[in-house]
Ligand binder design. Structure first.
Ligand SMILES: [Zn+2]
Length: 119
């Protein structure tokens, strides 16, 4: 898992409030109205069409269509969901687990602390 890997999203919300799926990316005419936003916050996202890629080991693969957070305007800042966004929570939990030096790890749906006294 890459540290700086921006979150890939399967869904986004278009300018009219319609929820669109990554499967709709690339359809002509485009079945959604830009700008697109995260389904859970006001952060702008971009539609990334399915794309043939070559891995670092030289193996060809297809990167599936998805939505990605639009880059922050300020340089050096990682794009992040706005406060209160359900997906940002996810991001935050990952960050806590990474920095806990093994005291906490990410369960399938929640953060588990390995110290019983912290539960
Ligand atoms: Zn969000």
């Amino acid at each position: 898992m890459g540290e700086r890997q921006p979150f890939k999203m399967r869904q986004a919300r278009d300018a009219t409030g319609l929820v669109v799926s990554a499967r709709q990316i690339g359809q002509k005419p485009e079945p959604f109205t830009r700008p697109l936003r995260c389904p859970y916050c006001e952060h702008e996202v971009t539609a990334q069409p399915e794309q043939p890629r070559v891995s670092t080991k030289g193996k060809a693969f297809t990167r599936g269509a998805h939505f990605a957070l639009a880059k922050e305007k300020e340089k050096g800042r990682t794009a992040e969901h706005l406060a209160g966004c359900a997906l940002r929570t996810d991001h935050t939990l990952h960050a806590i687990a990474r920095r806990s030096q093994g005291l906490a790890e990410l369960g399938p749906r929640y953060l588990q602390t390995l110290w019983p006294c912290l539960r």
